[in-house]
Ligand binder design. Sequence first.
Ligand SMILES: [Zn+2]
Length: 234
Amino acid sequence: MRATLFSSFVPLLWILAAAQVSALEVVIPLEAGVVQVFVFDEAEGSQHSHAGPAGDPCGDGSTQYKLLRVSWGAFPVNIHYDGGSLETLAAGGADQARAAFNSWDAQEHPAGAFFLEVASAADAKVKVLAGPVDGALGTLAVTSYSYNRFTKRFIEATVTFDTAESWGILAANACTASGSSFDIQNVGAHEAGHVVGLGHVSDAQQTMYTYGSPGITKHRSLGKGDQAGIDKIY
Ligand SMILES: [Zn+2]
């Protein structure tokens, strides 16, 4: 069913891409009261870095955030990392994905663990994996989630890193774009932000900035707005 839904998106994706829409959200009603949303993350964007507080060479940016207005209601949320596919992105890819989710978990909202890793995908509400999305560039990763539109609670979410991209584990604290590889943890932290309930912002210092760029790792750590956003939700 997932594959069928996916193929039906392609023409829409092309149309919106041609119109230079920067980020795409596709909302599909599933069954009564359940809605599935796909957030497509685009590859390239302008870079503008500004000086930040001491300790973060890339800066923490503004307090800007956007809410998806969907949240988790019970904790911890079981999460499964598909090591078999994530390790094909780069050796150590699964640990990079774990680190990406841990950057949000470390905010301690709610008190205690946000996510709990489970060994079986069947037991997980959040699945993190790598697979084909749309070929090289374009969309780097997709977070899809379903939620109950009456309670506004998440039901499940899946993060898929596009296997067609050039992935790597890059040097820490890289503030500007360089090279051609995308940092797994950098992109993963952004996708994890969708999973906790945040949307895109225009401030490039925030992890929830709309675009990813090759070479940068500054979105591994949360900006002021990212932290304000998760504070607001939980
Ligand atoms: Zn995104």
